[in-house]
Ligand binder design. Structure first.
Ligand code: UGA
Length: 431
């Protein structure tokens, strides 16, 4: 099939590259000329394992191309994928201005029947609006189908090729058939629903996963007080088939471009229909608080932070990505600096992105985990990059002023010989 993908952010780029890999003819569109030129050279603006190599091979075969010309891309396509951003407005609501702009451009370009597949995360009812924005600008037939995206950053390609399910939201049989056909090589688990339910499935899934994380984090906080071990608790809970083991890792809370934004948007969506989503409000509050635990523990164990040196391992909101949006590291480092501490920070790939959002003369940007810990009064692990689990901890302990290690992601075995060299604190486990 011939696909035009509007928007080359995370979702758009991964979708474009993966569908070209499946043998479709894909053209990706973005307003940003510089970005498009780089993509044409095979340079991707994000760090995502395997994506660049897959892009190169599809650029070579000519099954993927990039343009700034929406009209031409839409005219040559059977399916138009809407994958532009929906950032949060100050009140938490999703900003639909990019969606409206793209829908209008699609409407003006239509030259025959097409399916418009919405992959951007949009509030319930938005696909109806998209339909009317397009309808106002064309007399050609089209159908808008909601196909929410469930891929995770850091494992985007694996998730795209091995989806748990594909949700296809439409009441129209012709459009459903085309979209099901497109996804058939990926899975048999394709659920066709009405449009509003598809829109809701996306928010409900992210909100539920965020809820599990805040739930296990609260259990962890109680475990610390009653002397239980949250890792064992999660394991025991996860063996119940009704619960399952995923998303029960306690830590310093969730970040990223999705959970924080989508939880707040769903609270707004509920509020707009006079529903007070109390549970989800608590999930957000618990998540905010969990980040403060790092600072609370530092105060307990290091005392006043003014003039002290704190080493930070990990800036990305999770491993295998350079994304720092809403990362716990941002709040934590800003607070350390505000309290007069010196920070020595290291991340394998996310440092440049972090510095674009926050930089300060009290922060030294280090080029290895070991050098970050040198002469530090305490070391905080904020992102569970695999390389941190493999660092020579005895060398790290020797280089520190005080071997205090706060493991915000429960990466290390607290009983191990290497950890014995530290005053070691983790989340929800006996100290
Ligand atoms: C999330 C969803 O998992 C995807 O299904 C969805 O498509 C995506 O949002 C989206 O809406 O675009 P992502 O934000 O990339 O994906 O990353 P996750 O792996 O879900 O992690 C989110 C955050 O939760 C991270 O900060 C991670 O450290 C944290 N987390 C995750 C925990 O603290 N504990 C866990 O057990 C799992």
């Amino acid at each position: 099939m011939r696909l035009a993908v509007i928007g080359t952010g995370y979702v758009g780029l991964v979708t474009g590259v993966c569908f070209s890999e499946l043998g479709n003819e894909v053209i990706c569109v973005d307003k940003d000329m510089e970005k498009i030129n780089k993509l044409r050279q095979g340079e991707i603006p994000i760090y995502e394992p395997g994506l660049q190599e897959m892009l190169w091979s599809n650029l070579d075969t000519g099954s993927i191309a990039f343009t700034t010309n929406t009209t031409e891309a839409v005219r040559n396509a059977d399916i138009v994928v809407l994958a532009v951003g929906t950032p949060s407005l100050p009140n938490g609501e999703a900003d639909l201005s990019y969606i409206e702009e793209a829908a209008s451009a699609i409407g003006e370009a239509l030259n025959g029947y097409k399916v418009i597949m919405t992959k951007s995360t949009v509030p319930v009812g938005t696909n109806g609006k998209i339909e009317s924005w397009i309808y106002d600008r064309t007399s050609h037939p089209f159908h808008v189908v909601s196909v929410p995206e469930f891929l995770r950053e850091g494992s985007a390609i694996r998730d795209t090729f091995n989806p748990d399910r594909i949700v296809v939201g439409t009441d129209n049989e012709r459009a459903a058939k085309i979209v099901v056909e497109l996804h058939r090589p990926l899975t048999d688990r394709i659920l066709v629903t009405d449009v509003r339910s598809a829109e809701m499935i996306k928010y409900a899934s992210n909100a539920y996963l965020a809820t599990r994380i805040s739930f296990i984090n609260e259990i962890a906080n109680i475990c610390e007080k009653v002397g239980a071990d949250v890792s064992q608790v999660a394991q025991g809970m996860g063996q119940d088939k009704r619960i399952g083991p995923a998303f029960l890792n306690a830590g310093i809370g969730y970040g990223g471009s999705c959970f924080p934004k989508d939880t707040k948007a769903l609270i707004q969506i509920a509020g707009n229909v006079d529903y007070n989503f109390k549970l989800l409000k608590s999930v957000v509050e618990v998540n905010r608080d969990q980040r403060n635990n790092v600072l609370r523990k530092l105060h307990d164990f290091v005392g006043d932070l003014k003039g002290r040196t704190i080493a930070i391992w990990g800036l990305a909101f999770k491993p295998n990505t350079d994304d720092v949006r809403e990362a716990p590291s941002l709040d934590i480092i800003e607070e350390l600096v505000a309290e007069g501490a010196f920070v020595r920070a290291y991340d394998p790939v996310a440092t440049a992105n972090f510095r674009r959002l926050f930089d300060h003369s009290s922060i030294i940007w280090c080029d290895s985990a070991v050098s970050a810990a040198e002469n530090a009064d305490a070391l905080c692990l904020l992102t569970e990059w695999r390389e941190f689990a493999e660092v020579d901890l005895s060398q790290v302990a020797k280089g520190m002023k005080e071997p205090v290690l706060f493991d915000g992601r429960n990466v290390f075995n607290q009983q191990s010989k290497e950890i014995a060299a530290f005053k070691y604190y983790s989340v929800g486990r006996p100290q």
